[in-house]
Design a protein around this ligand. Structure first.
Ligand code: GSH
Length: 211
């Protein structure tokens, strides 16, 4: 019997920046045809996401035997294993640690931006904490400032450039901060990276897509 490549399900939503990260990784590694996107509604208690990932967060990748793999960074490493490469993140060494740290910085921009959005979404008008919003926005601005002074090579695709591009795409879509006014280096970096790496624009959520 010929060996059938394993097929995966990605619990996802097209607007999620973390899902975009995984979709970009899959595309860059040539694995996109082995992944079926299955939409998830994290707010719906009946959505099986909550048993697949007890944290109720997505992206969550399901293997053929039902094993769940999360979060996006772990999925990235798993997809590298499947593809038999470490071209996006070295398997070991000090460079790996430096890159992992920068990927967490990019993820942290999204996490803090999500806090801003959830604070606005889950609190009635007038009951949001401005202190909390500022606290989160300052995290985003500090992280952007760190990237601004050490921009990744825009002509190279790796875990850091993918993560940063997804974070900036998220800021453009949700606008938790007006980042474009303050970071000209990053403003110039994004289209240069998008030109180098077509997976960025190919994974853009349609403007009509609801939150
Ligand atoms: N660290 C996680 C973060 C995932 C995450 O926060 N996903 C959001 C969607 S973009 C989510 O699941 N939100 C629903 C919730 O937090 O309950 C990862 O990298 O996958």
């Amino acid at each position: 019997m010929p060996h059938q490549p394993e097929h995966f399900v990605l619990r996802s939503s097209l607007t999620s920046p973390f899902v975009r990260k995984v979709r970009m990784v899959a595309q860059v590694l040539g694995l996109q045809d082995r992944i079926t996107l299955v939409p998830t509604d994290a707010a719906d208690p009946a959505d099986p996401l909550r048993t697949q990932n007890p944290l109720g967060k997505y992206p969550c990748l399901l293997r053929a035997d039902g094993t769940a793999i999360y979060d996006s960074s772990v999925i990235l490493e798993f997809l590298q294993e499947v593809a038999g490469t470490d071209r996006l993140l070295p398997a070991r060494g000090v460079d790996r640690i430096a890159m992992l740290t920068r990927t967490r910085l990019a993820d942290g921009i999204i996490d803090a931006g999500a806090q801003v959005i959830y604070e606005t979404r889950y609190h009635e008008d007038g009951t949001q904490s401005e202190r909390w919003l500022d606290y989160q926005r300052e995290k985003i601005l500090r992280a952007l400032s760190a990237f601004e002074s050490a921009l990744p090579d825009p002509t190279h695709t790796d875990a850091v450039s993918i993560g940063l591009a997804c974070a900036l795409g998220f800021l453009d879509r949700r606008k938790p901060v007006a980042w474009r006014e303050h970071f000209p280096g990053l403003v110039a970096w994004l289209p240069r990276f998008a030109q180098h790496e077509p997976a960025f624009n190919q994974t853009r959520a349609p403007d009509t897509q609801p939150a």
